[in-house]
Design a protein around this ligand. Structure first.
Ligand code: F6R
Length: 605
């Protein structure tokens, strides 16, 4: 989703802005731009192509400056056109970049139009530029503070004015914005990754904060107008997170990082105790009678797997709901329900809003499973589990998903232990399985060449069906999502028993059907469902275990995973489906790490 970079320093900051944008490309965008205070006044360049295109234009124009702001835009209000790309100008004197959505922009636009401001874009952001301009009387910081009080919705903004070439002003509410303090100057960004070469320390702005940066000073004022100190934090993002190494795409690299990610997330766990989820967890978990999981997209599918684990291992009733639905209904709540939000980014607008909503309904037992320590969801939850997936650059979530699964499995066994449904013997078996998972993942990744062969066949199709049952049904859903988002092949997933209630009508010789058939209790049922497909001419791609009783034959291709891995088998079956989506998308020449219309961190509704 949109990305912000701002810089005020001793030397020319244009390369810093461009490098920052490059690092934010992974979030997804459809236009980009830079505005700087140069010797000629406020200057701007924008592009509806890649950051590299913008960079070439900036180099040709020899744009140089010691202060400026930059943006990657993911279109919300108005198409991806130059006139809608940020930075937005007001009267050629002031420039703004903005992440988020201003809900009252229409009334503000009317008011500012009446005051004589001309609007050239379709964006809500132009309203912010004109509003600040209308309030400016020589003090940019004061004008921004006054302006943000009139904004409704979510925003992170960075502002420059030609009268104050040594100052950048920022503000946030509902969208992340951080300050990077470096030896050569001070910086602003929506994501620490943009600044890892420039700053050693980061200050995370709170909701309602407004800040002013010069190259040597940082001033922050809280919503109530009081000056505040935000404690600098060290953020270590290994450069290896943004380097591809020997891989062709970040998605491929991240799929192959999964054994390490799982090992880092389990962190040599020796017992399933509430403290794994923080000091407050024992009290949070004590006496709960049900679990409510809230999440979006891939994280929601992790929640669906968790429901199986929580109900079968911990014997606790579990509901899973898409966060964007939950936030708009009147759910029945109970003080004995543990609400669990799952999010890679911790900033997904719908999940964050659902969390705040449930808290406003009096739910005090909240746990977040999240990959970003500094995220809003982590700040809101006393009880949390931080997955150790590391920076995920590919838009399609892969390693973050497996890390979430591992965390949720640990939650299920921990609650099972606390509730007396998991004996010491069972606990040690679960520990053994969890600790053996990285090795099993490595063996599963070795199936890549076989998957490449499948993907060549799949790449020519426009539709696909995914089937699974029980624990594997959410994995079928995840496999279908991965395929559609990066290869643009229309894919649907069904619990295989549902096939005959409708989707079977779609099955012909041209319909590839990907079926997950582990050597478990549902094996015989799955085999019958497969026969239903084969009888209609559908081509079957079966993922099975070593011992699943099914053989390759005409129209049935079987790939075998090393062995059945009990309740953790969904983690293993995820891998070939990720690889299948990846190689199919490669074969179709798709832009794997930046699929069309998608963004990494969905910070708008
Ligand atoms: C799909 C994908 C998305 C995210 C969803 C939630 O590959 O990445 O479906 O899972 O946008 O994001 P988080 O987990 O950051 O809340």
């Amino acid at each position: 989703m949109c990305g912000i970079v701002g810089a005020v320093a001793r030397e020319n900051i244009v390369p810093v802005l461009v490098e920052g944008l490059r690092r934010l490309e992974y979030r997804g965008y459809d236009s980009c731009g830079v505005a700087v205070n140069s010797k000629r006044g406020l200057e701007r360049m924008r592009s509806i192509e890649r950051v590299s295109h913008l960079d070439s234009s900036l180099r040709r124009a020899r744009l140089e400056s010691t202060s400026g702001i930059a943006h990657t835009r993911w279109a919300t209000h108005g198409a991806p056109e130059i006139r809608n790309a940020h930075p937005m100008f007001s009267c050629d004197a002031l420039a703004v970049v903005h992440n988020g959505i201003i809900e009252n922009y229409e009334s503000l636009r009317e008011e500012l139009s009446d005051a004589g401001y001309a609007f050239v874009s379709q964006t809500d952001t132009e309203v912010i530029a004109h509003l600040i301009h209308s309030l400016y009387d020589g003090d940019l910081f004061a004008a921004v503070r006054e302006a943000v009080q009139r904004l409704r919705g979510a925003y992170a903004i960075a502002v420059v004015h030609e009268d104050a070439p040594h100052i950048i002003v920022g503000a946030r509410e509902g969208s992340p914005l951080i300050i990077g303090a470096g030896a050569e100057g001070n910086f602003l960004a929506s994501d620490a990754l943009a600044l890892t070469d420039q700053a050693e320390h980061f200050l995370f702005l709170d909701e309602g904060d407004v800040c002013e940066l010069t190259r040597d000073t940082i001033r922050i004022v809280a919503r109530n107008g009081e000056p505040v100190d935000r404690q600098p934090q060290q953020v270590r993002i290994a450069n290896s997170a943004v380097e591809l190494g020997s891989y062709q795409h970040y998605m491929q690299k991240e799929i192959f990082e999964q054994p390490g990610v799982v090992a880092a997330t389990t962190n040599g766990v020796e017992a399933f105790v509430p403290e794994l989820f923080g000091d407050a967890a024992a009290a949070t978990f004590d006496g709960i009678e049900s679990v409510q999981i809230l999440a979006c997209g891939t994280s929601y599918y992790a929640g669906l797997v968790a429901k199986y684990w929580l109900e079968s291992i911990a014997k606790i009733k579990t509901d899973v709901e898409i966060a964007s639905e939950y936030r708009y209904r009147e759910p029945m709540t109970s003080s004995r329900t543990l609400v669990v939000t799952i999010s890679q980014s911790g900033e997904t607008a719908d999940t964050l809003a659902a969390l705040k909503y449930t808290q406003s309904l009096g739910q005090t037992r909240t746990l977040t499973v999240c990959n970003v320590a500094s995220s809003a969801m982590v700040q809101l939850c006393g009880t949390r589990f931080l997955t150790q997936a590391g920076q995920e650059v590919g838009v399609a979530s892969t390693k973050a998903f497996t890390a979430q699964l591992v965390a949720l499995f640990m939650l299920a066994v921990t609650l099972g232990r606390q509730r007396g449904h998991v004996s010491a013997l069972h606990e040690s078996r679960y520990l053994q399985q969890l600790n053996g998972l990285p090795q099993m993942l490595t063996s599963t990744l070795a199936l890549e060449p076989q998957i490449v062969a499948w993907s060549a066949r799949l790449a020519t199709r426009e539709n696909a069906l995914f089937l699974g049952r029980g624990l594997q049904y959410p994995i079928a859903l995840e496999g279908a999502l991965k395929l559609k988002e990066i290869s643009y092949i229309h894919a649907e997933a069904y619990p295989a028993g549902e096939l005959k209630h409708g989707p079977l009508a779609l099955v012909t010789e041209t319909m590839p059907v990907i079926a997950i058939v582990p050597d478990d209790d549902m094996q015989e049922k799955m085999k019958s469902n497969i026969q239903e497909v084969r009888a209609r001419g559908g081509e079957l791609f079966v993922l099975a275990d070593k011992d699943t009783q099914i053989e390759s034959e005409e129209g049935i291709h079987v790939i075998r995973l090393p062995a059945h891995y009990g309740p953790l088998s969904p983690v293993l079956y995820t891998v070939p489906l990720q690889l299948l989506a990846y190689h199919t998308a490669c074969a179709r020449g798709a832009d794997i790490d930046k699929p069309r219309n998608l963004a990494k961190s969905v910070t708008v509704e």
